[in-house]
Structures are given as structure tokens and as C-alpha cells.
Design a protein around this ligand. Structure first.
Ligand code: BDR
Ligand code: CA
Length: 318
């Protein structure tokens, strides 16, 4: 096998964040070199506690964790979404504290040091609000020119949002940061609701996780009922949407996806369109607001069953 792809995961764990982290850690094609934390599903304090605890549970406390921003660049953080991920971000199931602590660098500093220390090698995988990535880009203007790619979970180009008809949660938590990141001159792949709502795990799939004899799967089985309940109540699903793990699946199996490529802007206005990720669909990119932006690979479809089987295979590994 070729060398594993080096990824830095920026996350707000979060039930599906925990799944994505374990999925990445158990995939030999990927080398998780660092984890950075952000507010979103929970406060940054809780996200950091959870990221450290999840890595400890997975036996990977060797991976550095850096604490991220406490609030969006411009707006005010709306607060944790207890009704989706539980008051503790982990389905109200709790997770034992890690004996290790976050590094003293901020998330933005760790992102800059990691990327600039391995030019062209690091793929950033943000699966929460994009504040840390935007701050890192401000801190080091050459950052975008030195990342291999950004593969992010967030946005909704061709479908409604999940916070409201305009916005998806990660982008809605910091639209100004997201507009900076989508304007970066580097390859960007967007695994937004256009594709993540098409990748679904059923109760039968989740029962397979429950039967896996490893501590990561046991933790997922404790936290998932809260997430299933949310999806049942709000989306009428008998299972869950696979949001954050779809970014990991794209890294492992890009041929399972379809996409469209367009420059993207984020509506940063303070009206009903706020946080909408707007793709320039005009050929020739002739609208001034989108001009000069690198086209973003917007994932639009996926072989859901193949990706679910891939993730279940990885989660089952010892
Ligand atoms: C995104 O929002 C969070 O609730 C999930 O962890 C995911 O990153 C889905 O809109
Ligand atoms: Ca997330």
C-alpha cells in the first residue's frame, strides 16, 4: 500500500464526529496526525474534553489535540444542541476523561505548524464550524498554498439546510469563517447535506455496530440512541444521516461519489438567507462576487450502501 494519507481532523464531537474519528483511526489508508476542536455541537471546552476522551478510548492519545476558538469570528455562538447530541455532546452517555491534556498551542497554531511542516502533504478534514481553519488562514496567508486538500462536512448547495431552509449547522455556526475558507486557493471538497443526507445507516446497520466486540463500537452504541431519536423525530428516519463520516468515506472511496464543481460563496447577510452556500452555476464564472474563486468539488451523490458497508467494516476492526 502507498503511504497513508496524512489528515488533520477539526471537530466538535458530537455523536457523528465520534463515528468519523473512529472510522478514520481504523482506516489504514489514513494517518490522523492531529485533532483540533471547535464549538458547535457542544462548547469548545466540552468538544476538547470529548476529543481527548475519544482518542484515549481508541488508544491513540499519542495524537496531539489542540483547543480551538470559543466563538465565531463575528457572530455569537448559539450554544450546544443538546437535543441532537446530548448535553455532553456524547448522547448523555458520558465518556471517561482522558489522562492527557490538550497541547498549549491553539488549534489555529497547530494547523499552521502541521501544514507548513509538511508542505503539500496534509489534508484538512473539518467536520464542524470552520472558525479554526479561517483563523489559521489569517495567521499564515501561505496556508492554502501548502495544504494538499480540504475535505469538509458542511453546507447545502442544491438542497435545504438543516437549521432552517437556508443553512446547514456547521456553516450556520460561523458563515463568515466559511466564506473565507471557500475562498481559499486550494482544492476543496464539500461533503454537505447534498450528499450526506443520501448516506444513511438503518437501525439494522446500527445493530451491527452494537455486536462489534471493541471499545470504540461499544461507546458508539451507548451514544447513538440519542442521535437516532433526533433523526426519527425531526427527519422521520428509522436510522441516521451519515454526516461527518461521509468526509472520511470520500478520502477512502472517491469513486463512490458524484459531484459538480462550482465556486461557492456563503451568504453572510443577516436575513433569512444567512449561511446558505451558494454555488455559481453560470458557465464562465462571470459573476463578480464569485470571480476568481477556485471551483469547489460539491459532492452530490454517493453509493450509500457501499459507503455504509465500508464504514461498518472499519469500525469492526480491532
Ligand atoms: C453537522 O452538524 C453537526 O450536528 C454534525 O456533527 C455535522 O457535522 C451536520 O449538519
Ligand atoms: Ca460535526
Amino acid at each position: 500500500m502507498t503511504n497513508p494519507r496524512k489528515i488533520l481532523i477539526d471537530t466538535d464531537p458530537g455523536i457523528d464526529d465520534a463515528m468519523a474519528l473512529f472510522y478514520a483511526l481504523s482506516s489504514p489508508e489514513l494517518d490522523v496526525v492531529a485533532v483540533t476542536t471547535i464549538f458547535g455541537n457542544a462548547t469548545t471546552e466540552t468538544s476538547t474534553y470529548n476529543a481527548l476522551a475519544l482518542l484515549s478510548l481508541a488508544g491513540r492519545s499519542d495524537i496531539p489535540v489542540a483547543r480551538g476558538a470559543e466563538a465565531p469570528l463575528v457572530a455569537t455562538y448559539g450554544g450546544p444542541v443538546d437535543f441532537v447530541h446530548g448535553a455532553d455532546g456524547q448522547g448523555n452517555a458520558g465518556i471517561p476523561a482522558s489522562p492527557t491534556s490538550a497541547v498549549s498551542e491553539s488549534a489555529a497554531e497547530l494547523i499552521v505548524r502541521t501544514v507548513m511542516g509538511a508542505p503539500g502533504e496534509i489534508t484538512l478534514v473539518p467536520v464542524g464550524p470552520l472558525t479554526n481553519i479561517a483563523l489559521a488562514m489569517r495567521l499564515e496567508p501561505k496556508l492554502a498554498g501548502n495544504v494538499r486538500e480540504i475535505v469538509l462536512m458542511g453546507g447545502n448547495a442544491f438542497c435545504p439546510g438543516n437549521v432552517n431552509p437556508s443553512g446547514e449547522a456547521n456553516i450556520h455556526n460561523d458563515p463568515e469563517a466559511a466564506d473565507i475558507v471557500f475562498g481559499a486557493a486550494c482544492p476543496i471538497t464539500m461533503a454537505g447535506l447534498d450528499v450526506t443526507q443520501k448516506v444513511q445507516m438503518t437501525r439494522a446497520d446500527l445493530a451491527r455496530i452494537a455486536a462489534m466486540p471493541n471499545p470504540r463500537a461499544a461507546h458508539l452504541t451507548r451514544i447513538l440512541p440519542c442521535y437516532v431519536e433526533f433523526h426519527t423525530r425531526y427527519d422521520g428516519l428509522d436510522g441516521i444521516f451519515v454526516h461527518d463520516s461521509t468526509a472520511i468515506s470520500y478520502l477512502l472511496a472517491p469513486d463512490a461519489f458524484t459531484w459538480a464543481e462550482h465556486p461557492v460563496r456563503v451568504d453572510c447577510g443577516h436575513s433569512f438567507g444567512r449561511a446558505k452556500t451558494i454555488a455559481d452555476e453560470t458557465v464562465g464564472n462571470d459573476n463578480e462576487a464569485w470571480a476568481g474563486r477556485t471551483p469547489v468539488r460539491i459532492l452530490t451523490g454517493a453509493d450509500s450502501r457501499r459507503l455504509v458497508e465500508l464504514e461498518l467494516d472499519r469500525l469492526a476492526r480491532e
